[in-house]
Design a protein around this ligand. Sequence first.
Ligand code: SAH
Ligand code: SF4
Length: 301
Amino acid sequence: MSNIPIEIREKLSNDFELKPLKILNSFKSADGTIKVAFELWDGNIVEGVLIPSADRITACVSSQVGCSLNCSFCATGYLPYKRNLDAGEIFDQVYLLKKLALEKNNINLSNIVFMGMGEPLLNYSNLLKSIEHITSPVGLAISPQRITVSTSGIAKMIKKLGDDNVKFNLALSLHYADNDKRTSIMPINESNNLEMLAEALEYFYSKTKTRVTLEYCMISEINDTEQDALNLANFARKVKCKINLIEYNPIDNALYKPSTNIATQNFIKILEQKKHIVNLRRSRGKDINAACGQLANKLLK
Ligand code: SAH
Ligand code: SF4
């Protein structure tokens, strides 16, 4: 900054440290999805993904290095939790992915999802600070309605989002609507069970009037039976929501398989008979381990 006095420049460099993210590597999938490995100032690595589709281009960003919650179906859950990302590190991922979208696809970033590595609601203040910068007119000026934060379900923090009257969208990774079964694949359910989550989501809706998305990853013969669909339909009745069924992406650490087409179509039929809004999400970037749940620094080793 040669346009400011030398004494101020010296003071700035003595008192402050810049810790920008570096793009270490990037990989492009056959479907156009790009996975980026970001190196942090301390050598840790997190991943972000750029997902182009017909009408939009979405950036998927990480909130923590690793994850402490150990969901059995998620590759990140098998990585050790190292630390929270600070607000600048979250913002930088969005900034760099936005730049990449312009360079590679010649379009502006349209949506942001916090569905990369880590549990965003366990890094609450940095999450909110980063979103403040992303949405600010002097930041990236991206509308909060184009941002979705996905959580495995931390009831207290979902209520706090309501109290803070946030304007972005919230998605709950449900994956089972039965407490014992959910706990068996998502240990966090032991301390944040379905009743607590339903109550927190109701509270969130009463404050924000934003309909949440229930994410349900279809795992063959694990959570895709008729009874599972009925349980999900019952849970979904308790909260204002829509349901996204996600194709399960196989990972090295677990033997789960994606549900068959027949099981998935049956599941959808039951939910629709119960008058729920259901979307089926096909996975993107599987060939480069960039799909949901596959982020584990795998191609970097
Ligand atoms: N920790 C947060 C956000 C990151 S995970 C959360 O759990 O919501 C982003 C999404 O990917 C979640 O819905 C998660 O359940 C899902 N996911 C994890 N592993 C997956 C896999 N192998 N296949 C498909 N989706 C997966
Ligand atoms: Fe963590 Fe989310 Fe993966 Fe569970 S699904 S281990 S909460 S990143």
